[in-house]
Design a protein around this ligand. Structure first.
Ligand code: ADP
Ligand code: ASP
Ligand code: MG
Length: 816
């Protein structure tokens, strides 16, 4: 005999039920089965909601009840042909009439005891199982509807009744002995010896199935749901969660006890007792093997899964000299047991006179009250403090039998939490060493789960979550590069880069699972309007571990948000020079925040695009070298102009050509003014640990005064012609000396200057042509021959490549 249970989502609508029936038809060909059904998806919730409204005197409960009745009648019509409908229609209508009376009573007396609620909830399963039994029988299956209240006997703890197995087992066996046909059974519900309706706890239909499996010594128990088995973590919070192929009964119990909703914790007990294997299967993907839960302790991964419980409060009981006596802790537990408070986690430090308990938040005040009542005199005399409560917490637990005697797990767990700046309020390890659990802020839950999931299951693959602002040439090139390298990075570098947020100056969009980079997302007016503060909030809400903000704009507004972003523990990568070339104070402040928050702020592309200038300088400084002099050609456009000038064309023509080739800014004066070069040498100077302000840089502009005043670019070019001769004179004078004109920046003795220099042919800069950059670093160690860094220092592709390299660097920094 196989016991097969289908959950609410598997029978939520006609389409789903068709799948269920085809699974059942297959099973029937092969073995004897009994089927347990939950209420149709969402029905239990609606019944309880209607009861709440009725109790509060809200008459809309009647509308909801009617909708619920219609939903059931509709399913009857969809599932059963007209000729066979009458019995079942009558059954449904009679049940709803009873419900109507019941809710009217609740409405009048304004009372909803757990006893009443259990009775209310029982209608869900009674309706679904009856309708489905009739529908199956209409398909030619010989069925026998069984209301489990007739056989499962419990105590009267309404809402969470305890099973009397002796009576239950014998009643089940006797029932099955006397009745033919495929039993179609209500999940979730039972009754007391006095015949009062009880329930086994929310989600308890799994347990019903296990009770039947145990009583009938079934060969297997199958739980069919809407996911492919027990996953490594809650798939709603960890998108990379995957199916655990096999779990021991204890592991499954522990995972579900700590929040894995997919299986009700008590389900494992009856199965374990008789060693009945439990299969967790997906109604929507029946061919997936799902999860097998049995008695085997496989030699597998260190941990099997991670689960969590939200809305937790922590109760701290303390009092010097009192709490270290064993008697006191047992009084705490007794008080909580009497108040029926469930304790999820206990943590007690041997050196402290306190005990911390994690409990569900809705029981927190009850817990405080009952412990304070128990210790009334001790609190009054000051021997013990008042009980304190801490709210907005969650518990997370990593579970697996292989953790036994293996100290690696806790190290890995707390390292992952620590690295992601997640505060741990309490820690506990079960004495069976099956789980390690911790209490953390609720707000960090998703981040913590993902960080742990990554650390334990994807440790081969580190995931970086990128949020990109600026989708111009550089941004686009970056997306393309990440897309092209994604597979290789995953394979060779164990690094997975996903983009979760995109914004340009007008619109922004987000994707929880990461945008598909192969078909780049086009921002449009159907997206939200860009709001940078909202963008940051969204990054915080997504709360991924290892988030990186990539700023591919040249915007001052974006740069001003860096401190806020770093404070939110999000790393930054950017070619945008605005932040680092602002005040020295701001430059230092950003470094300080990044350090304090343990995140990286990388900006290799601030100077000379992807050329390794800033990293090289930082490495030199770290290793104790000292910069004596920096000479640099840092503007591709200026280098193009002055090396091109040597060919003999007039200056104004050469500038025009540079503009046509896209080497200059739209207004070439932005390049010719030397401002951009000044910003770059400023940043290099600061990286060389010099205190520099922009205003102290001597800048020789290449824009003649009258050209500066020109109101348009066209007018500027006209005026520039008037200066062609003086540039020619400069060139001739240099050539007469056997020299070349180069626009460069110099930093020496704490002074930076930017301007045109006439350099001997032997100078390294003289050989520079086109739009290349070159940087000469003269240091204590590179004294006789300076270190030379040379290459293309501008362009979207090389800049994007530099940004990409910084992003990858962050992946390497954050690796364990
Ligand atoms: P049913 O209606 O079939 O009883 P439930 O909603 O009770 O289904 O349980 C299945 C759901 O449990 C899944 O859809 C998933 O969202 C949630 N869940 C939470 N943790 C886990 C986990 N570790 N593995 C699988 N599912 C989980
Ligand atoms: N229908 C019940 C509930 O929603 C029991 C179950 O689905 O397992 O809690
Ligand atoms: Mg369930």
């Amino acid at each position: 005999m196989k016991i097969i249970k289908f959950g609410g989502s598997s029978v939520a609508n006609h389409d789903n039920i068709k799948r269920v029936f085809s699974i059942l038809q297959e099973k029937l060909k092969r073995s004897e089965i009994a089927v347990i059904f939950s209420a149709f998806g969402g029905v239990t919730e609606s019944l309880l909601e209607i009861a709440r409204l009725a109790r509060e005197g809200d008459e809309t409960y009647r509308d909801l009840l009617q909708t619920l009745e219609e939903k059931h009648l509709m399913l009857v019509r969809q599932l059963i042909g007209v000729h066979n409908q009458s019995t079942v229609m009558t059954y449904v209508k009679v049940r709803f009439k009873e419900l109507e009376d019941l809710f009217h009573g609740i409405y009048l007396i304004k009372e909803n005891s757990p006893r009443t609620l259990d009775y209310v909830a029982s209608f869900g399963e009674r309706l679904s199982a009856f309708i489905l039994a009739e529908a199956l029988s209409a398909q030619g299956v010989r069925t026998q509807f069984l209301d489990a209240r007739d056989v499962i006997r419990t105590n009267d703890r309404f809402g969470q009744a305890k099973v009397d197995f002796e009576t239950t087992n014998s009643q089940i066996k006797s029932y099955f002995g006397k009745h033919e046909g495929v039993k179609v059974i209500t999940g979730f519900i039972a009754s007391t010896a006095k015949g009062e309706t009880t329930t086994l706890g929310r989600s308890g239909s799994d347990y019903t199935a296990a009770i039947f499996a145990g009583a009938l010594e079934a060969t297997d128990l199958e739980i069919w749901t809407d996911v492919s088995g027990v996953l490594t973590s809650d798939p709603r919070l960890v998108y990379t969660a995957f199916t655990i192929p096999q779990l021991s009964y204890s592991e499954a119990m522990e995972l579900s006890h700590f929040g894995a909703k997919v299986i009700f914790p008590a389900t494992m007990q009856p199965a374990m007792k008789r060693n009945i294997p439990i299969y967790i299967k997906n109604t929507f993907e029946p061919e997936n093997p799902g999860t097998l839960i049995n008695g085997d302790v496989s030699v597998g991964p260190l941990i099997k899964g991670i689960s969590s419980i939200s809305n937790i409060s922590m109760v701290t009981v303390q009092g010097a000299g009192l709490m270290d006596s064993a008697g006191a802790s047992s009084r705490v537990f007794k008080a909580l047991a009497e108040a029926k408070v469930t304790i999820l986690l206990i943590s007690q430090a041997s050196s402290e006179h306190s005990i911390c308990l994690a409990i569900k938040s809705h029981e927190a005040f009850l817990a405080k009250e009952s412990v304070e009542k128990e210790f009334y005199y001790e609190i009054k005399s000051g021997e013990m403090d008042e009980v304190t409560l801490l709210h907005n917490l969650a518990t997370i637990a990593v579970v697996g039998e292989n953790m036994k005697h293996n100290p690696g797990a806790s190290g890995r767990m707390f390292r992952a939490l620590g690295r992601n700046n997640i505060n741990v309020a309490a820690i506990a390890q079960g004495s069976s060493e099956l789980n390690i659990s911790a209490v953390i802020p609720q707000a960090d839950l998703q981040k913590a789960l993902n960080a742990l999931h990554e650390a334990f299951f994807l440790s081969e693959n580190k995931v970086l979550h990128v949020f990109l602002v600026g989708t111009g040439l550089i941004g686009q090139a970056l997306i393309k590069m990440i897309a092209n390298q994604q597979e290789k990075l995953r394979g060779d570098n164990e690094l997975d880069i996903q983009i979760h947020g995109l914004a340009n100056s007008r619109y922004m969009a987000f994707h929880e699972d990461g945008f598909d980079l192969k078909n780049p997302y086009q921002l449009s007016d159907t997206d939200d309007k860009t709001d940078l503060n909202r963008f940051i909030e969204k990054m915080e809400e997504m709360n991924f571990s290892n988030s990186v903000f990539v700023d591919c704009t040249a915007s001052q507004d974006v740069a001003e948000l860096y401190s806020k972003i770093l404070e939110a523990k999000v790393a930054i990568v950017t070619p945008n020079k605005k932040a680092n070339s602002g005040s020295m104070e701001n430059y230092l402040a950003l470094k300080k925040i990044a350090k304090k928050r343990g995140v990286k702020f990388l900006y290799e592309t601030n100077v000379a695009a992807g050329l390794p200038v800033i990293n090289t300088l930082q490495d030199l400084m770290l290793s104790g070298d000292k910069v004596i002099r920096i000479e640099a050609v840092l503007s591709g456009s200026m280098n193009f102009i002055f090396s091109e000038l040597e060919k003999g064309d007039p200056f104004s023509e050469v500038v025009k050509l540079a503009k046509e080739k896209g080497y200059t800014e739209p207004d070439p004066r932005d390049d010719l003014s030397g401002m951009d070069v000044a910003r770059k040498i400023l940043i290099l100077g600061r990286e060389a640990e010099q205190t520099l302000e922009f205003d102290n840089i001597t800048i020789q502009s290449m824009v003649p005064e009258d050209c500066q005043k020109a109101s348009s670019v066209t007018e500027f070019f006209e005026k520039l012609q008037g200066h062609d001769q003086s540039f020619l004179d400069l060139l001739k004078a240099a050539e007469a000396k056997g020299e070349k004109l180069r626009f460069m920046a110099t930093l020496e003795n704490g002074k930076a200057k930017v301007g045109l220099n006439s350099l001997p042919n032997s100078h390294p800069f003289s050989s520079l042509s086109g739009s290349d950059n070159m940087i000469l670093l003269t240091t204590d160690r590179y004294l006789d021959r300076p270190m030379i860094i040379r290459g293309p220092g501008a362009g979207a592709d090389v800049t994007a490549a530099g940004v990409f390299a910084d992003v990858i660097r962050i992946g390497n920094y954050t690796r364990e």
